[in-house]
Each structure stands twice: as C-alpha cells, then as structure tokens.
Design a protein around this ligand. Structure first.
Ligand code: NAD
Length: 356
C-alpha cells in the first residue's frame, strides 16, 4: 500500500499537428483582447505570423527573450506589457521565452498562453527563474503556470537536429528524477515512464529525419508528460548539478542536462531500484544509466562537459557547491558522499560511460 498526495494543476492543453489553427479560439477562451507576443530574436518570424493572425487581439511583439531570464530583460518586458496595456502574455518558443512570460505573470498576474517549440517543459510548471548579478533565483508560484498550452508538433520541425536530441534528453531528465522523487505519486510515475518511452522511441527517428511529423508528435507528447512531472514533484541531484552548471558556469542548458543525466542516474541507481526498473522498461530493457548514455551518444549528442566549456578545475568547485544546500536525493548528499560526487563529475567531464 502506497500513501501519497496528488495535486492536480489547472492547465488546458490543446495538442495536435496543426493545432496552431485553434489560436484565436484559445485566446478568446482566456478572455484576452490584447496579447503581448513574446519570443527570442531568432523566432521573430514565427511571432510575426502569430501576431498577424491575432490582428487587433495582438498588443505587439516583444522579441527579446534570452536564456535564464536576466532581471533587466524581465523588467523591460513588464514595462512593455504595461505600456501596451496587454491582458495576456503569449509565449512562443522554448524555456527561455516561457520563462520571460513567467516573469511578467509573476509581477502582473497576467495569464500566459504558451506555445512551446522545444521539449524543455517549462510550460507545464509553476516554477519561475530569474538571473541577477550572475545568480539564478528560482521559486514556485501558481500564477506563473500557463493557463493554456498549444502543442503543435509542426512548430518543432525547425528545431535544429542537435537541440532536438539534447532538448529531448532534458525532458527525459525531469521524468527520470520524478520517478525517485520523495513526493512522487502513481499518476506521475505513469506519466514519467510513458514520457521517457515516447521520447526514447522518437529521438532516433528524428536524428534520421528531423521532418518526421509522427516522431515530432511523439517527442512533443513525451515532453508534455515529462514537463508535467517536473511541475508536480520535486527534483534531486541531477537538477541541482545542472542548476549549478548553468547558473555558475553558464554551460548551455539542454546540453548540460544531456551529459550529466546518465551519471546522476548511475549515482542513484542502488538507492532507487524501482525507478531504475521503470526507466529500463521505457528504454526497451536497456540498463537505465547506460541506456540513457547511449540514447544521447548514438544520436550525436555531446557526452563530455569539457566539450561544453567546463574546465578541469571546475569539477571540484561544482562538487563543493552541490554538497552545500543539497536538494533531497534518494542517495543522501552528505559530506561523506563528496568523493563519489567528484567521481561522477569527473566521468561526466571526460565523457566516460556511467558507472553504477
Ligand atoms: P531556449 O528557449 O533557450 O531555446 C534555445 C534556442 O532555440 C533559442 O535560440 C530559440 O530561439 C531556438 N528555438 C526554440 N525552438 C525552436 C524551433 N522550433 N525551431 C528553431 N529554433 C528554435 O532553450 P530551452 O532548452 O527550451 O530552454 C532553456 C531555458 O528554460 C533555461 O533557462 C532553463 O532554465 C529554462 N527552463 C525552465 C523550466 C521551468 O520549469 N521553469 C523548465 C525547463 C527549462
């Protein structure tokens, strides 16, 4: 008998190839009349298509989203939303753009309509993040959970091949850690296993043909499930390490997740055997940590932190940071764990296979 608490989170999900066709209906459903469209500079053409379709229901475009939501960018976007009298933040893009929408929602309470174009999963979480003076602060607030999410696999066909694999591995990381979360529950376990299965089957097909729309659909479906897990249960060592690698060393988000994941899973394997079984089942019987390593490597993703710009000296620094204020983890992160943690990071730095 398993005891648990399950907290349903109120968000409306519209999924399907071509579902951008429902944009006007969904904006109306939110009761919005002046949506501010947010995007990165690279995705301005897509944002323009969306603003044009909304016509008078678009307040304007703010095309300045960047990674990790610098507080200056957030403040400027909040001012722009006020100036344009916006009543909705429409975030089209990856986690960086959704993150900017969350910064606006946190301050103003405006509803977010998210149209994700990567597999990062931020659209399914009430977690916000902002960076000030090189330090990334994060928090949870129900106001930043997007009210409506339109998942249209057609918008992900343009995702570059490399980012397709690393962003997919980033999503898998949410589900893998969700499987051994302290506050996990049976619903999230089902979603996590199914999310890993869907992504693990889609990624090799997308490596072979990035325009395979069925595989794009499977990957985005997996990303939805994995993002939901991230939004519902706590994360552990893997996310702590990646938070440090991104926040302190500024390593690229999805790539850092991809490299670290097999090693973090190996580190926790003996302490979380049921989670390992489920990951293995989702990987068609491959051993959990090694299966994830090969899913990334065989599909051309980076496997070494040194190739992402981390120096040998940073190995000790990151291990020290991870051991201070650790997240809860199935294998306790106590001072005696420092050598094993250092070894984990050393292997990830070199690109060696994970060792349980
Ligand atoms: P991203 O949003 O930074 O996007 C990376 C690049 O890919 C950008 O240049 C973007 O314009 C481009 N891009 C996105 N979709 C594209 C597409 N379909 N076609 C072509 N180019 C496309 O990357 P990300 O990995 O999605 O997000 C990373 C950020 O999100 C990090 O800051 C991370 O901390 C945050 N995040 C937050 C949460 C949360 O719950 N708060 C969850 C996951 C990630």
């Amino acid at each position: 008998m398993r005891s648990f608490v399950f907290n349903g989170q109120p968000s409306r999900v519209v999924f399907g190839a071509g579902s951008l066709a429902h944009l006007e209906r969904e904006v109306q459903h939110l009761g919005a009349k002046r949506a501010l469209v947010l995007c990165t500079p690279e995705q301005l053409p897509l944002a323009e298509v969306i603003a044009q379709r909304l016509g008078a229901h678009a307040a304007g475009i703010y095309p300045k989203a960047v990674m990790h939501v610098p507080v200056e960018t957030a403040n400027a976007a909040i001012e722009e939303a006020k100036r344009m009298n916006a009543d909705c933040a429409l975030a089209v893009g990856g986690g960086s753009t959704t993150g900017l929408g969350k910064a606006i929602a946190l301050q103003s309470g405006l509803p977010i309509l998210a149209i994700p174009t990567t597999y990062a999963g931020s659209e399914m979480t009430p977690i916000w993040g902002m960076t000030e003076n090189g330090l990334k602060k994060t928090g949870r607030d129900p106001r930043v959970l997007p009210r409506t999410v339109i998942y249209d696999p057609e918008l992900t066909v343009s995702l570059p091949a490399g980012l397709t694999i690393t962003s997919g591995m980033n999503a898998i990381a949410h589900a893998a850690e969700g499987l051994y979360a302290q506050d996990s529950n049976p619903v999230m376990d089902l979603m996590a296993e199914e999310g890993i299965r869907a992504l693990a089957s889609a990624l090799p097909k997308l490596r072979a043909n990035p325009a395979d729309i069925d595989a794009r659909g499977d990957a985005l479906y997996g990303a939805w499930l994995c993002g939901s897990v991230l939004g519902n249960v706590g994360m552990a060592l893997h996310h702590k390490l990646c938070h440090t690698l991104g926040g302190t060393l500024n390593l690229p988000h999805a790539e850092a997740h991809t490299v670290v994941l097999p090693h973090a899973i190996a580190f926790n394997a003996a302490a979380a055997p049921q989670a390992m079984q489920k990951i293995s089942r989702a990987l068609q019987g491959a051993p959990a940590a090694l299966g994830l390593y090969h899913l990334a490597k065989d599909n051309g993703a980076p496997t070494a932190l040194r190739d992402l710009g981390m120096t040998a000296a940073d190995v000790d620094r990151v291990a020290q940071i991870a051991i201070q204020n650790p997240y809860w983890n199935p294998r306790p992160i106590v001072p005696e764990a420092l050598p094993a943690l250092r070894e984990l990071l050393q292997r990830a730095w070199e690109g060696a296979p994970p060792v349980e």
